[in-house]
Design a protein around this ligand. Structure first.
Ligand code: C2E
Ligand code: CA
Ligand code: CA
Length: 671
């Protein structure tokens, strides 16, 4: 950089650094009043010492004019002391100061030098002191604005040094020389100080920028962490935060709200058949419809999969909430125009009211989810409100869980037996063992309830072991060709350790393994397919046969049937209930029967209650059946009597002359 440019830069106001401008003006607003105060005091002092010797226009008029100028500036800067300045405003102020500094500097210099001829040696000494101290004050107080400090000090010190250097007085020549040295030193210090100040402001600005950037990034992270990336709706985390916030507001304003869970019906088949891209588009469209439904009253979030969270914040009564739920379901039933297809889905909703249905967000959500579960089970495509009946069921569940935790499984649980019959001949080939629990606290608890509870708590594994042992003990009194079918839960086959324990129980029972079937449901398989396959293989190796229970109700997939070492399927009772009137049920049962034939599986049709149903199943090609038509589940003690009666009946039909007891045995031995 050329010297000229360097010198030019010394006098520059750095307009392109707004933070520096503001910092300079701020520092100034504190220091400039001090400078003017010092100048004023010095001016008064100099006029007083020269009052008698110099003319009035120099000791009164001049100082008064100078004082007015300084006072005006002082007041102006004083007013700015605590103001937040804009960069432009700061620039204007600084520029004014730079322009004013030579004017004031020269005025003071001329005024003080004009007094010089009127005084004696002391008074002239005072003038030298006045000018020296003025230079010092200018440099220090204007330090933050290098240009002003340089101009003012040079315009005071320059003429003064010149003036004194040629004054012919030894003392003043010495003062001029001193002033030259001291001034030079001060300018060097000023330069260093100004650079430090300027660097400080730069680094402060850089730090502030970094902090701003960090804040922006963290805000962005926060936003992304609360957003569902597919639908751009709020996500699960944000949903729960919002429920908390809505609840807090509702509490202070003493009003109610509804927490809801919405789940699409029929989303999975579309996703499976048309691919994830189509599924994703569908979810985005669903999100859009929900979002646009009633933005001021309905908060919508995507919780995951095809599940959405709702907050209904309009103080609605149950009937109104139900109506709103209906509208939402209808909204989603309208077909979706997707690339290549027109997709149609439904929606089920569970709502739980605050405060009647619960106080806390998680509680409200669980109950809304519970209501949704009911909606899915019973009235697909509708909204269900959580109410006292659900509350009672939940209470019953937790009572059952408590009673089960304290139960003496061995003493309180027993097994009942329901025949599995070859319907055309009327002969019982096996019994299904079904669990019964009489709790000393709760009385008889239905298996659907306590098995669920035991599965949730993990006690099912122990219960199964007890029931299997009891069942196999009972079998010692049975004819040798009579088989048993025992239900296992998902947990019973969830580890090879548990499987080994069951195998050990079978071994110790001394009942031939080939007389035993283990029934598992599809839920037991889908949770961990590989483990299920390993467990079934271990059973097969032992000689026990395996049955897929409740076929057709779960996530039925033919691959399960094909890939697992199964021996038998059980067609769920729900297909039999309406088999006489519904062609669809007939078709399903027929298909499953044919499938079993092809795979060389046995097939048991469950829930046969009437002769009509039995005949229909026979007509479709089925033989093995189970149901109230043949017998309800019976106590172990009732089994021998039941078998005897059955033999009597068949014998009565076949050979009316033979003795019943023997024939029963004879017939079994022959088969
Ligand atoms: P499941 O394995 O499907 O058992 C058949 C259920 O249908 C039994 O109900 C039986 O009493 C009932 N049933 C039989 N014939 C008919 C009929 O004609 N009509 C109607 N409506 N129902 C019929 P239960 O004994 O109440 O058992 C219910 C469920 O509890 C069982 O369904 C099974 O999933 C589970 N369960 C029962 N005992 C055990 C067990 O020892 N271990 C395991 N893990 N689960 C068991
Ligand atoms: Ca079963
Ligand atoms: Ca079943």
């Amino acid at each position: 950089m050329s010297l000229v440019r360097k010198v030019h830069n010394l006098f520059l106001i750095e307009r392109d650094r707004p933070e520096l401008l503001v910092a300079q003006a701020n520092a100034f607003s504190r220091q400039i009043p001090m400078l003017y105060a010092v100048l004023l005091a010095n001016t008064v002092a100099l006029s007083v010492t020269h009052f008698k010797s110099a003319p009035a226009f120099l000791t009164v008029v001049g100082p008064v004019l100078l004082a007015l100028g300084c006072g005006g500036r002082l007041v102006r800067w004083w007013r700015l002391r605590d103001q937040a300045l804009e960069p432009d405003q700061a620039f204007r102020l600084l520029r004014q100061t730079v322009w004013l500094s030579p004017v004031l500097g020269l005025l003071f210099t001329f005024w003080s030098l004009a007094l010089y001829p009127y005084g004696d040696a002391y008074q002239r000494g005072h003038i030298a002191f006045f000018m020296g101290i003025t230079v010092v004050a200018c440099v220090f107080c204007l330090m933050h604005l290098r240009a002003a400090a340089l101009i003012a000090s040079m315009l005071v010190a320059g003429p003064m040094i010149l003036f004194f250097a040629v004054s012919g007085e030894r003392v003043f020549e010495a003062i001029a020389f001193n002033m030259l040295l001291a001034g030079g030193a001060m300018i060097i210090i000023l330069q260093g100080h100004y650079r430090e100040f300027s660097d400080l402001i730069s680094s402060r600005t850089a730090v502030a920028r970094q902090m701003e950037e960090a804040r922006r990034l963290s805000e962005e992270n926060d936003r992304l962490a609360n957003l569902d990336s597919l639908t751009t709706l709020p996500n699960r985390r944000r949903f729960f935060r919002e429920v908390d916030a809505y609840l807090a507001r509702a509490r202070t304003e003493a009003r109610g709200l509804w927490v809801g869970v919405l789940d699409l019906d029929g989303f999975k088949p579309i996703n499976d058949a048309f691919g994830h891209a189509t599924g994703d588009r569908l979810l985005i469209e669903v999100g859009r419809r929900l979002e646009g439904f009633a933005p001021d009253r309905l908060f919508v979030a995507r919780l995951g999969g095809d599940e959405f969270g709702l907050i209904l914040d309009a103080g609605l009564n149950p009937a109104e909430a139900q109506a709103m739920g209906r509208e939402l379901c209808a909204l989603l039933r309208a077909p979706f125009d997707l690339p290549g297809i027109k997709a149609q889905v439904g929606a089920s909703i569970g709502f739980c009211p605050f405060p009647d249905g619960g106080e806390r967000a998680t509680q409200l959500f669980e109950r809304a989810d519970y209501a949704l579960y009911h909606a899915k089970q019973t009235l697909k495509g509708a909204a269900v409100l959580f109410d006292e009946r659900h509350e009672a069921t939940i209470r019953q569940h937790s009572r059952v869980e408590r009673a089960l935790a304290m139960a003496d499984i061995e003493a309180e649980m027993r097994v009942v037996f329901q025949p599995i019959v070859d319907a055309p001949s009327g002969r019982t080939l096996a019994f299904e063992a079904l669990a019964r629990w009489r709790s000393p606290v709760e009385g008889d608890v239905p298996p659907g309830v306590f098995i669920d509870a035991a599965e949730r708590s993990g006690q099912i594994v122990e219960i199964t072991r007890v029931l299997v042992a009891k069942t196999l003990r009972t079998m010692h009194g049975w004819p040798m060709d009579l088989r048993v079918s025992i239900n296992l839960s998902a947990r019973d086959i969830a580890s090879m350790d548990a499987v080994e324990r069951l195998i050990e129980i079978v071994r110790q029972s001394r009942i031939a393994p080939h007389r035993i079937d283990f029934e598992i449901t599809e839920t037991g398989i889908v949770s961990d397919f590989e483990q299920a396959r390993a467990a079934l293989a271990a059973f097969k190796e032992l000689g026990v046969r395996t049955v897929l229970d409740d076929f057709g109700t779960g996530h039925s997939s033919l691959s399960h049937v094909r890939l697992l070492p199964l021996d038998k399927l059980k067609v769920d009772a729900s297909f039999v209930t309406d088999i006489e009137s519904h062609q669809a049920s007939q078709d399903i049962v027929k298909t499953v029967l044919q499938l079993c034939q092809n795979l060389r599986f046995d097939c048991v049709v469950e829930g046969v209650e009437t002769e009509g149903q039995r005949d229909q199943v026979i007509a479709l090609g089925g033989a093995l059946m189970q149901g109230y038509l043949f017998a309800r589940p019976m106590a172990a003690e009732a089994v021998p009597g039941y078998l005897t009666a059955e033999t009597l009946k068949t014998l009565g039909r076949a050979e009316p002359s033979q003795a019943p007891g023997e024939h029963h045995a004879a017939q079994r031995a022959a088969s």
